[in-house]
Design a protein around this ligand. Structure first.
Ligand code: FEO
Ligand code: CA
Ligand code: CA
Length: 561
């Protein structure tokens, strides 16, 4: 179902307005915040601010540039290859960003986490897959080592001075986590004989914990070390990686990847949370209950895979508790609990195996297949949960949609819920393939899109009219309420990812990922953004500032005076 504008406004705003929904940890990190008054009664001051907002939609564009609508500017904070210290450099293909200030009283100085999702060998290691029939063969160990360094994540201290965010080079917090970093498993049993594994990779989106650590999610892990699949007789079989073939040099088991990883910003210590299951995690969005137990929502970004939530049984634990998977048809959270599910006992030897093979276990207990669940965000006004379903081309869903989950009685640990489509991608709403979501401090919804580089701007594909990937906002109030408004257009072949607001609501951090991804010859790249003198396209994290971001976030502050 596609909502018209009027229905849309009602839809976003109908729940118990004025109820404080959002946990304090999200508020203080500027991810979203909580209005203290009903949106239903808009003050005169607020209305006049909205009137003067002058938010104009940017036209779709195929230009090789980061274009922004009037009233917005950007500057680059950091890009691929930049030295963060004398010994470490910023990785490739930046995705999720998360900023945590050192001090709640100073929103302009803190630590930025950035995911590095995957690599393009042509740029990173000089391996030209187009010259080899088998793209996973023929690399040297030196090339693979370079590739392993360029995934994972970066921690960098950033500071804003005179309106410009800059990395503090050589700050003692600056560090890299890579595919070579030893990482502990937060579990009582070893996996494939190890309790500490090597590296994190495929880090797509992520989240933040109430105790102010970063979460980074391992998504398409099978491109690096392959995957273990099971025959009808339940015999394990290794299927080689389809993209990189690292297993030819390093014999690391696929079971060590596909987890949610937590990173301590202060010292870089990382751990993998086994209890949250193993699959292509896009993100992990936490909610802290009153008794300090946590609820973690996380989706499996693969065609026909599932949406999960973990509910902890102990305060602040991402280990003790139950992992559920969604039956969105009947509105039920189904427990992936070996102890109490005979069908799981018949197919797996213990709970550890259920978690490692979560996809199979989910199907056995009746989980609903979804169209590639990507990002998940909690509406700060209503507490409803929004999940992007980016597309499912084999099933004829080319443009995706956004799913809304309403937990029973608004309880995040409820076992039943209502699910319905909130907004569909396509020509009518002007966007296709929604990926990341962010609510700002006033509850406006920001959406980035991820049409694939091989499909964008191609006359024979259904994406032609949308041109380059973009950033959109859906204002909650005012004359544009409910409209899907394009506010940024990405450079060629790029997607915009990792939207994250600074705690004062004055900056939107955003990743520009994989400009020039379709390049076949480095001397003739398809993009040259960010227009360095070497003309090599580079992923970068930018700070978007300006009147529109400030005013949209300010609405909440004025309202709560
Ligand atoms: Fe890496 Fe699901 O986007
Ligand atoms: Ca994504
Ligand atoms: Ca995506």
């Amino acid at each position: 179902m596609i909502y018209n504008r009027r229905q849309f406004i009602n839809f976003l705003g109908k729940a118990s307005l004025g109820t404080v929904m959002m946990p304090q940890f999200l508020i203080s990190c500027g991810n979203t915040t909580t209005p203290t008054k009903a949106f239903g009664s808009i003050s005169k001051e607020r209305l006049s601010l909205l009137k003067n907002l002058n938010l104009q939609a940017l036209a779709a564009s195929n230009k090789d540039d980061l274009l922004l609508t009037n009233g917005l500017n950007y500057h680059t904070i950091i890009k691929w290859g930049d030295k963060i210290s004398d010994t470490e450099s910023f990785g490739f293909n930046n995705d999720f960003t998360c900023f945590i200030p050192f001090n709640d009283d100073n929103p302009k100085d803190g630590l930025l986490w950035v995911n590095h999702e995957y690599i393009d060998p042509l740029f990173v290691s000089g391996f030209d897959a187009n010259k080899h029939e088998n793209s996973t063969a023929h690399r040297t160990i030196e090339q693979v080592d370079k590739e392993m360094y360029n995934v994972g994540g970066s921690i960098v201290r950033i500071r804003e001075e005179n309106g410009v965010w800059k990395m503090v080079k050589n700050d003692s917090h600056n560090r890299r986590i890579t595919a070579k970093t030893p990482i502990k498993l937060n579990w009582d049993y070893p996996i494939k004989g190890q309790s500490t594994v090597i590296g994190t990779l495929a880090n797509c989106s992520g989240g933040i914990t109430p105790w102010k650590t970063f979460l980074t999610c391992e998504e398409n892990y099978d491109s690096f070390f392959g995957e273990t699949v099971y025959t009808k007789e339940n015999n394990a079989k290794h299927v080689p990686s389809y993209a990189y073939g690292w297993e030819q040099f390093y014999n690391y088991p696929p079971e060590h990847y596909g987890w949610v990883v937590e990173v301590n910003p202060k010292n870089g210590m990382a751990q993998k949370h086994i209890a949250l299951g193993r699959f292509a995690h896009e993100c992990c969005t936490l909610y802290e209950l009153e008794d300090k137990r946590v609820v973690a929502y996380t989706g499996d970004d693969k065609n026909d895979e599932h949406l999960y939530k973990f509910v902890s049984s102990q305060p602040g634990s991402l280990k003790e508790g139950t992992l559920y998977v969604a039956d969105t048809v009947n509105g039920k959270w189904l427990p992936l609990d070996w102890q109490n599910q005979p069908i799981l006992q018949q197919n797996f030897k213990d709970q550890t195996e259920v978690l490692i093979r979560a996809r199979e276990a989910a199907k056995l207990i009746g989980a609903t297949q979804l169209n590639r669940p990507e990002d998940i965000e909690i509406d700060p006004i209503t507490g409803n949960i929004f999940v992007t379903l980016t597309n499912n081309k084999p099933k004829g869903d080319f443009h995706g949609s956004i799913l809304k989950i309403e937990e029973q009685n608004g309880a995040f640990d409820a076992l039943t819920f209502k699910a319905e489509t909130y907004l569909a991608g396509g020509d009518e709403n002007g966007f296709s393939c929604p990926d990341n979501l962010a609510f700002d401090m006033s509850g406006n919804l920001w959406i980035t899109t991820d049409m694939s580089g091989t499909s964008m701007n191609k006359a024979d594909k259904p994406y032609m009219s949308f041109k380059n990937n973009s950033l959109f906002v859906i204002p909650r109030l005012g004359e544009n309420a409910g409209k899907v408004i394009r506010v940024a257009s990405a450079p060629k072949d790029a997607e915009l990812t990792g939207p994250w607001f600074s705690p004062d609501g004055k900056t939107l951090f955003l990743s520009v990922q994989h400009p020039g991804e379709q390049t076949k010859d480095l001397n003739n790249p398809t993009s040259t953004w960010p227009f360095d003198t070497d003309r090599i396209p580079k992923s970068a994290v930018v700070a978007i500032t300006g009147d529109i971001i400030e005013k949209m976030n300010m609405l909440n502050i004025i309202e709560s005076r």
